[in-house]
Design a protein around this ligand. Structure first.
Ligand SMILES: [Zn+2]
Ligand SMILES: [Zn+2]
Length: 252
């Protein structure tokens, strides 16, 4: 079955004892996608990949990560054809543009810009990113596999209960995923487990941050750091996801 492909990385992620196993999977997939687009296999020179990147572009976060990755010529090629397509589309948009009539009411309520076709075209462009879009397909499969393992594998369940839980961002996805992938009886059992997990682990991280601050107190200068040395990056990850302290991922 299809899930098998995703079970190994998911089990691997839960064994890492990270603040969030989905953050761990996300970082891995993101790095693999950057290697695919910009790395030594040079997919950016293949027409189907470039058609795709011309169509979707990259979000602000991934554009920065692509720059930091280090393949300057590869980035140049990706931008070259993206620009050609963009300018062609933009000229069309400008040609089609008719300034709309805005009522006084729209201007007062701040809705005057809602019907601007050029603005809508740009907003559409900002909704797509080659890396985000490709990852979200993989992520869907990971969520499905997570519930599959939760239901059929007691060892996975045990590891989950002992794990550090999830970041708030991915936890939200898991709650909506439960409504989709578990039946009423399973959900009744599932929620207390993950709510307890989140409760304990949010308190733990919060306590780590408290001690991080205490450590700056002169009186605590010789005290043990306990778990708090990296409390900032873990504290930030736990709220929004991702790894604030990661160095830039570079071409190897
Ligand atoms: Zn996460
Ligand atoms: Zn992105």
């Amino acid at each position: 079955m299809k899930e098998k492909l995703y079970e190994i990385p998911l089990n691997d992620a839960i064994d890492r004892d990270d603040e969030c196993l989905f953050c761990f999977l996300e970082r891995k997939a993101e790095q693999e996608l950057m290697d695919f687009v910009l790395g030594s296999c040079a997919s950016y020179m293949e027409s189907d990949t470039r058609e795709a990147t011309d169509r979707t572009g990259f979000c602000r976060i991934h554009q920065k990560k692509m720059f930091d990755y280090g393949n300057a010529l590869g980035n140049g090629w990706i931008l070259k054809t993206y620009y050609k397509k963009l300018i062609k589309e933009m000229k069309e948009e400008f040609k089609e543009f008719v300034p709309g009539k805005t009522s006084l009411k729209d201007r007062i309520t701040g809705k005057a810009g809602n019907h601007n076709s050029v603005s809508a075209w740009i907003q559409g462009k900002e909704k797509t990113c080659y890396i985000c879009d490709r990852f979200s397909e993989t992520y869907e499969r990971y969520v499905v596999t997570f519930f599959h393992l939760y239901k059929k594998d007691p060892a996975f369940r045990e590891k989950l209960e002992k794990s550090r839980g999830f970041c708030l961002h991915h936890f939200g996805d898991l709650c909506s995923g439960a409504d989709e992938h578990l039946n009423d009886r399973e959900r009744k059992e599932f929620y207390p487990v993950i709510f307890g997990l989140m409760d304990r682990n949010m308190e733990r991280v919060s306590g780590d941050i408290d001690w991080f601050i205490e450590k700056f107190d002169y009186l605590n200068r010789d005290a043990d750091w306990k778990q708090s040395k990296d409390a900032l990056q873990r504290g930030m990850q736990k709220i929004r996801g991702g790894y604030p302290a990661d160095p830039a991922y570079k071409q190897r």
